[in-house]
Design a protein around this ligand. Structure first.
Ligand SMILES: [Fe+2]
Ligand SMILES: [Fe+2]
Length: 476
């Protein structure tokens, strides 16, 4: 396995120097990427940021840390090590050697899967571009920028595949990835949750907890792909993704911790006037981000996804740990559905479908189980503070815009409601304009070393063994 070549314009471990055509194609895309970064990336002017840069794909030494101007960040192309004996783990090609080239019959589908994944990466940078102006600490500011540069690198990862394996169409798609923009009227990003803005830091923590975690599960299915370069790309992206989720998990931890502290000190849950975010508002943000992230997994049933699986393009989460035949042709699964009840109404229930058709449901359930881990930790913080209140994940039918429950309304406990009842009640469960304005009113930047905003607790640990009061970012 070659080590990344730093003598080149584009750091990589894919032997770019040996493929002049590909190198030239990527070098001509690079200035477009940089101008996208300058116009759509972080708006806060900085001199340099203490960033992690991928320099290898293995062991402890895969990243180096140092202060770098963000525009000089070394966005590179890194694939996990190749296993020459790797075989397709599922579907009709199970047992065949993994594919090093794109089979003609799956070209369109593979390209589509890569474009959809690729589209989410720059989208989140766009959504988060103004957050630097209100960072609660230099530590948080640095983490925001770390997430941003790595999402930029994930775009590179997908663009590499498009350029290297999909010819002219792939190059055109790579351009389109820079032309679509989050929230744009004319050319929005492909998936709904990536057109929502991330206007404040509570939203940022919730986004990195819930929406980056959707990314983890999508990458997990692509990591199983029979198309080996895609598999190896996603394997390495997952390594970086872990940090993004740490930012979300500990971010929400710290908001809950600070709120709990002020509740206990003042013996009240009415803490808005005390400058921290009430638990009820935290719950509303959680409800919103969780429900829009559930939508990202698509409908409960999907024949497309069944076909992707059978073809070997996209597997299940931890495919090789599953104890079945990895073909699923005779298996069944219960999926969420609206079912006709005896009174002529429809009720929230489940129906049995073939396991292949229900694969979106399988993945969404893995994701939900993972999300409940966060809620457990946040509730432990409340418990340790001696508080009786608890956070929860809302019901799967709550606030859904995709899938079986898109056409109905349901409360967080899963009670079906009429449109009128919903309109009346939704302000109790989703952030209202008043809530959003309140949260935004707390967002004042704190750029002094070792200081932190009053609505969030400091982190337990700094980055890469540095203390919390380290000079993580030098502002311009
Ligand atoms: Fe990513
Ligand atoms: Fe991410």
């Amino acid at each position: 396995m070659t080590r990344p070549d730093y003598a080149e314009k584009i750091p990589n471990n894919v032997g770019l120097a040996e493929d002049r055509r590909l190198q030239r194609a990527l070098e001509s895309w690079q200035p477009n990427f940089l101008s996208w970064w300058e116009t759509m990336g972080p708006t806060l002017p900085t001199q340099n940021v203490y960033l992690r840069t991928a320099i290898d794909v293995r062991g402890e030494g895969w990243a180096q840390f140092g202060h770098v101007p963000m525009i000089d960040y070394r966005w590179g192309i890194f694939l996990a090590d190749k296993n020459p004996d790797r075989r397709v783990a599922f579907g009709q090609h199970k047992g065949d050697p993994a594919w090093q080239k794109v089979p003609g019959e799956y070209r369109a589908e593979l390209q589509r899967l890569i474009v959809i994944q690729g589209d989410t990466e720059p989208a989140s940078v766009e959504q988060q571009r103004n957050l630097g102006a209100t960072a609660p600490s230099l530590y948080d500011l640095r983490n925001l920028f770390q997430v941003n540069v790595e999402e930029g690198r994930h775009l590179w990862a997908m663009v590499y595949l498009l350029h290297a394996y999909f010819g002219r169409e792939g190059r055109e798609e790579a351009e389109e990835l820079l032309h679509r923009n989050s929230g744009s009227q004319d050319s929005p990003r492909i998936l709904g949750a990536f057109n929502e803005e991330t206007p404040d830091w509570l939203s940022f923590y919730m986004f990195t907890y819930f929406t980056d975690r959707d990314g983890k599960y999508q990458l997990g299915t692509l990591k199983e792909s029979a198309f080996d370069p895609l598999s190896r790309t996603c394997e390495f992206m997952l390594k970086e993704e872990a940090h993004h989720m740490m930012v979300g998990t500990t971010g929400v931890d710290r908001v809950v911790e600070r709120t709990a502290q002020v509740m206990v000190e003042n013996d009240t849950d009415d803490v808005a006037a005390l400058g921290v975010i009430p638990l009820q508002v935290i719950q509303k943000y959680l409800n919103f981000h969780y429900s829009v992230s559930l939508d990202l997994f698509g409908g409960e049933t999907s024949t497309n996804v069944a076909n992707y699986y059978t073809a070997g393009l996209k597997g299940r989460w931890l495919e090789e740990r599953r104890k079945d035949d990895h073909k699923l042709t005779d298996d069944a699964i219960m999926v969420d559905a609206l079912v006709d009840a005896s009174d002529g109404e429809q009720s929230i229930s489940q129906v049995e479908v073939s396991a292949l058709v229900g694969l979106n449901t399988d993945l969404r359930r893995e994701y939900i189980a993972d999300c409940s881990g966060g809620v457990k930790r946040w509730n432990r913080i409340l418990e340790d503070a001696g508080l009786p209140q608890r956070l929860y994940l809302p019901h799967i039918a709550f606030n859904r815009k995709v899938g079986a429950f898109a056409g109905i309304e349901a409360s967080p406990s899963g009670q079906k409601m009429t449109a009128r009842e919903w309109e009346h009640a939704k302000g109790q469960w989703l952030p209202t304009d008043t809530d959003k304005t309140f949260v935004r009113s707390l967002m004042h930047p704190v750029y002094e070393r070792g200081k932190i905003a009053a609505w969030v607790a400091p982190p337990r640990n700094g980055i890469n063994g540095q203390p919390f009061d380290y000079d993580y970012v030098h502002l311009a």
